[in-house]
Design a protein around this ligand. Structure first.
Ligand code: GAR
Length: 211
């Protein structure tokens, strides 16, 4: 597999625990992302546990922190430098808590995907992320939530939807129990699946363009 030059190189961007990164690593080890390979894990936090998960899996890591730059464009440039050096062709946002600027989005048109812990277009958009999403879901009284994987464009959580999976909200759910259910019943399933689908498409395009 490694000798296949067409295998699609994946960079995963993280900020925290990295359970979605782990789902991607496990899927790769299990052969469920046959046309892709994770070549880089970039974290926006130097103490993210996701970095340990990447190192344990033998994946190269980088840390790019927003606080080290005065301007957003400098932060974006630093991320772009890492992505270019790793020759990434697909960028997976797996719990990445910064918003990417237009330079990155333009360079990776239809090649950046994000997992969001709700059924978009509900409970999403600027400022709606992580545990806050599940708090809002419970406060609203809806009985079904879930997760979405979508392409990233300039609108936060506004890009084309790739996959969604629903999860029931129980009467006694707390934001924490709901978060854990949404992860295990939805996010960890649809993120590797969408990543595999995108890699397969890019791989097939490369093969047909080389013929
Ligand atoms: C996940 O629930 C992910 O969907 C969410 O942050 C969590 C990260 O967990 N992302 C967002 O809310 C982005 N809008 P992880 O670090 O364990 O994968």
């Amino acid at each position: 597999m490694l000798s296949d030059v067409n295998i699609v190189k994946i960079a995963v961007l993280v900020s925290g625990n990295g359970s979605n990164l782990q789902a991607l690593i496990d899927a790769q080890i299990g052969g469920d992302i046959p046309k892709g390979k994770i070549v880089m894990v970039l974290s926006s936090c130097s103490d993210a546990y996701a970095l340990v998960r990447a190192q344990n899996a033998g994946i190269e890591t980088a840390v790019v922190q927003r606080k080290n730059f005065t301007q957003g464009s400098q932060f974006d440039n630093a991320i772009l430098t890492v992505l270019r050096q790793s020759e990434a062709e697909v960028v997976v946002l797996a719990g990445f808590m910064s918003i990417l600027g237009s330079d990155i989005i333009d360079e990776f048109q239809n090649r950046i995907i994000n997992v969001h812990p709700s059924l978009i277009p509900s409970f999403c958009g600027k400022g709606c992320y992580g545990i806050k999403v599940h708090r809002d879901v419970i406060n609203s009284g809806v009985k079904v939530t879930g997760a979405t994987v979508h392409f990233v464009n300039e609108i936060p959580d506004g890009g084309k939807i790739i996959l969604q999976k629903a999860v029931d909200v129980a009467e006694d759910d707390t934001p924490e129990t709901l978060q854990s259910k949404v992860m295990s019943q939805a996010e960890w399933i649809i993120l590797p699946k969408a990543t595999a689908q995108l890699c397969e498409k890019i791989y097939d395009d490369k093969i047909s363009n080389s013929n």
